[in-house]
Design a protein around this ligand. Structure first.
Ligand SMILES: [Zn+2]
Length: 312
């Protein structure tokens, strides 16, 4: 183990070696733990990213917030620009930065710094598809930067855009947040399909084959990958257009993939029986409780969806 702390200058040099260039628009996902001990912590990483992309560049991270059942959401603080994000150290450090912009979407909030930060964030509102920023970044030639291995950080982000463009639907609990809309406290219900985390990495060999991977290398101690957002999005779109069930992770006890997608063929009673036969009591209880919870199939017809940029 290298005991020397990683410096900002070292990070800038790693980012350049990986292929980050001046003017880049980066969708950054980072596992600080895999990065190693950085002098100055996440704040130094942000400065390194900003230096690597320069004054014409933009960095964007997830800074999503939790959703709740309506009666719980009512007791929580209103969702706003200052809401705490569950997306980890980098996300919350971004939010402290004096130049940060945060998207106006009530739940899937992104944090951005740089040339396009204001434009991206102001246009991402309660009227937008939850991940529309990533589509716009892809069209502008953005890059996904993943600092951390594929196991630590599954996926590159654009998969959410592809399933939105293709209107793939799954069943999810009825959850949301309260926020201020036109001076009134309003419930925002989550309105997009979710993806089983184990499905994301199935796309990796296809990114490779289609040349979407710009480079793999190290940033600090972390295995890292830089990909073309337009590339990964097009790869995901083409695969899912042909076969949405590509998203099936294959785990016979994955509730999402067995029961919740429109392509899922399982039934709740069948799943419960199978779980009991295999001694998976918690799984059986979880699915049994689904009978009593309010679920919605998303996106519904009122949901905002991204335009299908690849439709022929
Ligand atoms: Zn699954």
């Amino acid at each position: 183990m290298d005991k020397k702390p990683i410096t900002k200058a070292g990070l800038v040099s790693d980012l350049r070696n990986l292929g980050v260039r001046q003017g880049d628009i980066l969708n950054v996902k980072c596992s600080m733990r895999s990065l190693g001990k950085v002098e100055g912590g996440a704040a130094a990483l942000i400065e390194a990213l900003l230096e690597a992309v320069g004054a014409e560049g933009t960095i964007v991270t997830d800074s999503f917030i939790k959703v709740y059942k309506p009666y719980v959401a009512k007791k929580m603080p209103l969702a706003d620009d200052n809401s705490f994000s569950y997306c980890g150290v980098l996300a919350n450090e971004m939010l402290k930065h004096p130049k940060v912009e945060r998207s106006r979407h009530p739940v899937q909030k992104f944090a951005a710094i740089g040339k396009y930060a204001k434009e991206f964030c102001e246009n991402h509102t309660d009227e937008s598809y939850a991940y529309d920023i990533l589509r716009i970044m892809a069209l502008k030639g953005g890059k996904n930067l993943k600092i951390g291995s594929d196991e630590q950080i599954p996926g590159v982000g654009t998969t959410h855009v592809a399933i939105g463009m293709l209107k793939l639907r799954n069943s999810r609990p009825y959850l949301g947040v309260y926020y201020m809309k036109n001076g009134r406290k309003t419930f925002f219900r989550r309105d997009w399909a979710g993806i089983c985390a184990a499905s994301f990495n199935k796309f990796l060999p296809y990114y490779e084959k289609n040349g979407d991977i710009i480079a793999r290398g190290k940033v600090g101690n972390a295995d890292s990958m830089l990909t073309s957002m337009r590339g990964t999005l097009k790869t995901e779109y083409d695969i899912l257009k042909k076969d949405p069930s590509f998203l099936d992770c294959g785990d016979p006890f994955c509730v999402d993939c067995r029961l919740n997608w429109e392509f899922s063929r399982g039934t709740k009673p069948g799943f419960i029986l199978k779980s009991l036969l295999h001694g998976k009591l918690m799984k059986a209880v979880f699915v049994a409780r689904m009978f009593y919870k309010k679920y919605v199939t998303l996106p519904d017809k009122d949901s905002k969806l991204p335009p299908d940029d690849f439709a022929e």
